[in-house]
Design a protein around this ligand. Structure first.
Ligand code: IVH
Length: 723
């Protein structure tokens, strides 16, 4: 018999396996749903594809029951690929993977009119236009479904893929072929040889309700909303089931296109829409070409008024710059385009009772109050917890335990308490007293001047903080140590096996035999853990900095620091000097007034004084220096190379732009330079490589001259970077 390909058991985060469903926080429930989805899908495949089940039916059922219980309590957390959404007894084998040639990105959100105004202003500023209403914008409804990429070669549909994580999705070709709204062969003939059409798969409200009725009658799972129903239907392994579900598709975007997209599809969104329509696609209507804020808001109100009568669920509208050449110039910021934004409809609200306020302690010691609510359905999703942000917020709204409250949720935002219904307040009610001690370690919890959050001062003695810090340290974007989940960290902390991040490297590998004897471990898992730890003894400086969990220092800032300081020694020395300077000048409001090292730090574009202060104060704490030192003894920390800019003449160079540029705005110039691997600084120093001077350049040009820094005209800069 030919050997079947091996099926690998998925790596899962087992931190919360033992936690009772009702005790799971939202974050923990999310982690659990992910674990269960992975495991159930794996066991399904073992059973159906490999005929080789690994666990008993009873254990398998227990997994499914836990998944459903968590979903029942936290329907808002239900995953698109939830095992409970796979209707029928279809084998839940995995789909093939599809790597997207062009990443599938998402959109930034605007909730307020002011944010739309800022969106327009940002575009005008970036493009250097005087008038904010100069750019034409295509406005379209935003349907709440799933994005999907359809690939056509020589006019024939060859592949359908889900968005997945944006870079890799799932192959759902057989399923999308059953959707009647989309052509299996493109109509007409002026389509490009290769064309990837992107759009949204969705289900109409009526079809959703009919389907749920049928499911209910058949005693099957019912879906929370049309979006979930569409997701569950699309991700069927049996395309016949997909075919029986009334799915629709509208086209709104594109991925890979042979040749120049602007030429192949048309130079504007309007033309693209016309092309899509001509080739046989449905469009999201009613769309409208608008110019200026008022026109956009008018469209928004119009769609909001139409919303109840539309046959499908929408959660807002999308605004897109009409001209594709301008879209190209505007480009992207991290995962969303600068040239488009989603203007979301206001949050849906509901009234319920707030039973209890509990406090969570985070990695940096922040005490976050959480409202535990009588579960209530808000816009089709059951909510049982809401954030209360901080103590000022509780005091300002006078929120008390036992109060009737209005809560709201908007999109995927965490639910919030909007206001208290004072008329319904119980007589016995007392104002809420925010704790001034940490509920976990009992240390004093203090508020710094000008800060809204109260923080536990326990530092490393606070188990909650220490736990969160270690979790962060081993997390995916930090040290990425597989197999060291929260539950294990907790156990290691409880019996003092480890206390600091360095202990992971200095102690755990030596304890492999002992660990394998512990509850929840075996020979294999202990060996795997040690392997995972050893594999991380060499790490990039950016990940290392991020892993330290310094307040306000996320991945982006960590990257900036790593690229600016190159080595750990360099960075540490600079930060230590900057700390001393800041200690001498605590009142200074300008970075230059603090000192040279501090000013250098703030001179990195993207780092302001608030972040700089958090950074340097980290270096003022002896226990942090010890953590660094101990880690250094265990690790090899690698210099971080500039981004992939092979052949870029300005990679790693520091550039300052000054004066008025003619062919581009300052932001555009900066974005371009950064894409090419250059660092853009705000002021000229000895470390500057080039100063690019536009018209009316002032003191910076002079300073460059004094320091002997190379000065380039705008044209010379363009020649240098190749146009
Ligand atoms: S354009 C690069 N247009 O909303 C930008 N997206 O919140 C590509 N969506 O992932 C997206 N209606 O799934 C675009 N008219 C529309 C849309 C739309 C719904 C979805 C899409 C996207 C998500 C972002």
């Amino acid at each position: 018999m030919p050997k079947k390909p091996a099926l690998k058991k998925p790596a899962v985060d087992e931190s919360y396996t033992g936690v009772a469903v009702e005790d799971l926080t939202a974050e923990q429930a999310t982690a659990e749903l992910e674990r269960l989805a992975k495991l159930i899908s794996y066991h399904d495949r073992r059973y159906h594809e490999k005929d080789d089940p690994e666990i008993s039916d009873a254990d398998y059922d227990a997994l499914r029951r836990r998944n459903e219980a968590i979903e029942a309590r936290n329907p808002e957390l239900m995953r698109a690929d939830s095992p409970s959404q796979k209707v029928g007894a279809e084998p839940a084998a995995g789909f093939g993977k599809v790597k997207h040639k062009v990443p599938m990105l998402s959109l930034g959100n605007a909730f307020e009119e002011q944010e739309v105004e800022e969106f327009l202003a940002r575009i005008a500023r970036f493009l250097g236009l005087a008038k904010e209403d100069a750019v034409e914008i295509m406005a379209e409804p935003k349907i709440d479904g799933l994005s999907c990429a359809l690939r056509y070669e020589k006019g024939k549909l060859v592949q359908g893929a889900t968005r997945g994580d944006g870079s890799t999705g799932e192959d759902i070709t057989a399923n999308v072929r059953t959707i009647r709204d989309l052509p299996n062969a493109l109509k007409g003939k002026d389509w490009p040889e290769v064309l990837e059409v992107r759009g949204e798969v969705y289900m109409s409200r009526q079809a959703f309700m009919d389907m749920n009725k049928r499911q209910e009658e058949a005693g099957e799972k019912i879906f929370a909303n049309p979006r979930n129903a569409a997701a569950g239907s699309l991700r069927q392994l049996n395309p016949e089931i997909t075919a029986s579900r009334p799915l629709h598709f509208f086209a709104y975007s594109w991925g890979e296109v042979a040749g120049d997209p602007a030429e192949a599809l048309g130079g504007t969104m309007k033309a693209v829409r016309d092309s899509f329509h001509k080739w046989g696609f449905q469009l999201n209507e009613p769309a409208r070409l608008c110019q200026g804020l008022d026109a956009l808001l008018d469209y928004y109100r119009h769609i909001m008024a139409e919303r109840p009568d539309l046959p499908f669920d929408i959660d807002g509208v999308v605004y897109k710059v009409n001209r594709l050449d301008l879209q190209n110039r505007l480009g992207f910021v991290s995962r969303a385009p600068r040239w488009a934004i989603a203007h979301k409809f206001p949050a849906e609200q509901a009234q319920t009772v707030l039973h209890e306020i509990t406090i969570q302690v985070g990695r940096t010691g922040a005490l976050t109050p959480v409202a535990n609510l009588e579960p209530i359905s808000v816009g089709g999703v059951v909510v049982s917890r809401a954030t209360l942000h901080n103590e000022d917020e509780i005091a300002r709204k006078d929120i008390r335990e036992g109060d009737h409250v209005i809560i709201q949720r908007a999109g995927d935002v965490i639910p919030q308490v909007v206001e208290v219904i004072k008329d319904k307040r119980p007589k016995s009610s007392k104002p809420y007293h925010f704790p001034d001690h940490c509920p976990v370690c009992g240390s004093l919890a203090l508020r710094e001047e000008g800060e809204a959050v109260r923080r536990c001062t326990g530092g490393l003695i606070c188990k909650a903080q220490n736990y969160e810090r270690l979790r962060h340290f081993v997390s995916r974007d930090a040290f990425d140590i597989e197999g060291l989940g929260g539950k294990h960290i907790q156990a290691f902390l409880d019996d003092d096996t480890i206390r600091t991040p360095a202990h992971i490297f200095s102690r755990l590998p030596k304890l492999e035999p002992e660990i394998s004897e512990r509850e929840g471990w075996g020979k294999q898992s202990a060996a795997n853990l040690v392997k995972a730890i050893e594999a991380r003894r060499t790490i990039g400086l950016d990940r290392f900095i991020y892993a330290l969990g310094i307040r306000q220092v996320g991945q982006a800032t960590a990257k900036l620091l790593a690229r600016s300081y190159h080595t750990l020694e360099h960075w540490r020395d600079a930060m230590t000097h900057a700390y001393r300077e800041r200690k001498q000048q605590p009142e200074a409001r300008k970075a230059e007034d603090v000192g040279e090292h501090y000013a250098d730090l703030c001179n990195i574009e993207g780092i302001g004084m608030s972040v700089a202060d958090d950074l340097v104060f980290f270096f003022g704490e002896d226990h942090n220096l010890k953590v660094l030192k101990d880690l250094e003894d265990e690790l090899t920390i690698e210099e971080v190379a500039a981004p992939a800019t092979t052949g870029s003449p300005v990679a790693g160079k520091t550039v300052v732009f000054t004066g008025t540029l003619e062919t581009m705005t300052r932001s555009e110039a900066k974005a371009r330079a950064e894409t090419l691997g250059a660092k853009v600084a705000g002021s000229v120093s000895k470390k500057t490589d080039y100063v690019v001077v536009g018209a009316d350049a002032g003191s910076k040009a002079k300073k460059a001259q004094e320091l002997g820094v190379e000065i380039l005209s705008e044209q010379a800069w363009r020649d240098l970077i190749g146009g």
